[in-house]
Design a protein around this ligand. Structure first.
Ligand SMILES: [Zn+2]
Length: 231
């Protein structure tokens, strides 16, 4: 009995470790509170500025120094207007689609889309490439739409698995087809620069929807990628 309890506790600890360090995210939706957008962006910047002042002061920094004076406001603006601007639904790229008048029925792949995101466990950068593909069922999107969608979902506190799923789901909705796939290959600075300090490792995540679950289709897509890890 005691052994069973001990095992449970070990298992729980192990699961917590996995959640802590291995970036496991269970839900496709970014965990937001219902009141997430009650404050305006300007109010959020003011509030975060005060928080950053507190963090830096707690660390012992002299905020009257010329070099540090502007930092709290700069960080607050960067959080709201840039790094985390993809939290706000108003910033979602518009969903303009076109008829597939060329009757192009093959796979379309947009490779090497730059990913700049932020790991939500450490608030450190995730930098990498996304590769997105779809097979049109009569609707197509402008090519830059895929880049914009990746950028929108990247600009949130993220886990890479969720980012991959969010990109696929958004494109499935826009294109009205399940036949969408996304592979992301990215470096996490929380792994590369701290903790285990593995500079060379990168994380690959993938989601294959609809026809992309077919091994031949998946193979064709991955063949176009020949994953380039030189970023
Ligand atoms: Zn992290």
């Amino acid at each position: 009995m005691e052994d069973a309890m001990k095992f449970d506790r070990l298992l729980n600890d192990a699961l917590e470790d996995i959640n802590d360090d291995d970036h496991v995210g269970g839900n496709i939706n970014t965990p937001l509170r219902d009141d997430a957008f009650e404050q305006s962006d300007a109010e959020k910047i003011k509030s975060i500025e005060k928080d950053v002042i507190r963090i830096l002061e707690t660390l012992g920094m002299d905020l009257t120094d010329d070099s540090l004076k502007g930092t709290p406001k700069r960080v607050a603006k960067m959080f709201v207007n840039e790094l985390f601007s993809g939290l706000h639904p108003d910033n979602k790229p518009s969903a303009s689609t076109f008829d597939n008048k060329y009757k192009y029925g093959e796979m379309l792949v947009e490779k090497n889309i730059t990913v700049y995101s932020t790991c939500e466990h450490h608030l450190l950068p995730i930098v990498g490439k996304a590769h997105v593909a779809y097979i049109s069922n009569g609707t197509v999107v402008g090519l830059s739409k895929m880049n914009r969608l990746v950028d929108y979902f990247s600009k949130r506190p993220q886990v890479q698995e969720r980012l991959t799923l969010q990109v696929v789901k958004a494109l499935q909705e826009v294109l009205n087809t399940d036949d969408v796939a996304c592979v992301i290959d990215a470096k996490h600075l929380c792994v590369n620069a701290r903790g285990i300090r593995d500079i060379d490792s990168s994380t690959v995540t993938s989601e294959f929807g609809g026809a992309f679950k077919n091994p031949d289709v998946k193979k064709e897509f991955l063949g176009y990628l020949k994953l380039d890890t030189s970023f």
